[in-house]
Design a protein around this ligand. Structure first.
Ligand code: CLR
Length: 265
């Protein structure tokens, strides 16, 4: 039996078959991720721009603030899960992600989906009045008062504000969020770490490629600086959820979306 029948080919340094990504491969990968991002965001940039004038009234804010802690948590968990669902759809369309085994896909979503939601939040953020598009209108931190986790909310808004200042293009955000999703190579529970590592390396090349093309190489360092901040925000979210679950175990058990519990519970 010859090598080729067993799937073994003679070494050819010009061939991308041996997983040496060529610039064409990286170009195609970037384009595919940008398309996946565009197809899986809740709102297009033009739509968000047109909605900017919609802000909650004093009465509406008061109504959110008058909700009980568990009512508001449940409401936000549902909204957050909607956003996560779009991120799951995005992940499934990332070349390299869908080839992973199911366990590794879930492991990556557990650590990365909230991080991507928070990066995407900056698209929905208005730095002029520090509000985010939530539940159909733009809302400031005070709207979330009854969650009783002011430190988390303040830190999340602060992160969105700072990320907005980088003025990422949709293409840059698409590739950065794909990289954030595949970033958890240090997780002990991965079955096929090498495969994740290879997919991640290609995404790093794709990010370098588009920043180089856009003549914005200085953004690379700034983006990598945000990664530990993202990790700490997600850790804080999990900590708050543990606290909430101790107070209201039944709310979490019977009223929180199953996907939310599967990823964060
Ligand atoms: C992110 C971008 C999405 C729309 C969206 C919906 C829900 C928002 C979320 C954004 C940002 C984070 C958010 C969340 C609701 C609650 C959550 C404001 C804007 C904060 C951080 C509270 C987390 C803790 C809850 C589970 C109680 O396109």
């Amino acid at each position: 039996m010859s090598g080729s029948e067993m799937g073994i080919r003679p070494f050819d340094p010009e061939s991308s078959f041996f997983s040496y990504p060529t610039s064409l491969h990286i170009e195609e990968l970037s384009a595919s991720i940008v398309r996946s991002h565009r197809e899986t965001t809740q709102y297009r940039p033009e739509e968000l721009q047109a909605l900017r004038w919609k802000v909650f009234s004093r009465e509406e804010i008061h109504a959110y603030q008058s909700k009980s802690v568990d009512e508001m948590w449940q409401h936000c968990a549902v909204r957050l899960t909607d956003a996560v669902q779009y991120v799951v759809e995005f992940a499934k369309r990332i070349p390299g992600f869908r080839q992973l085994c199911q366990n590794d896909q879930i492991a990556l979503l557990k650590s990365g989906s909230m991080e991507v939601v928070l990066v995407r939040m900056s698209r929905m953020f208005n730095t002029e009045n520090n509000t985010v598009f939530f539940d159909g209108k733009f809302a400031g931190t005070e709207l979330f008062k009854s969650l009783a986790c002011g430190d988390l909310i303040a830190a999340v808004f602060d992160f969105a504000h700072n990320l907005c200042a980088l003025r990422l293009t949709e293409q840059q955000m698409a590739v950065f969020t794909a990289l954030v999703l595949l970033n958890a190579v240090d997780r002990p529970c991965l079955e096929d770490r090498d495969r994740v590592q290879r997919a991640r390396r290609d995404l790093e090349l794709a990010l370098n490629h588009i920043l180089h093309r856009d003549n914005q190489e200085s953004l690379l360092h700034k983006l990598y600086q945000r990664v530990p901040v993202l990790k700490s925000l997600c850790a804080l979210h999990i900590e708050k959820l543990r606290w909430f679950r101790q107070l209201y175990p039944l709310t979490v058990h019977s009223l929180f979306p199953p996907l939310y519990k599967e990823l964060f519970g």
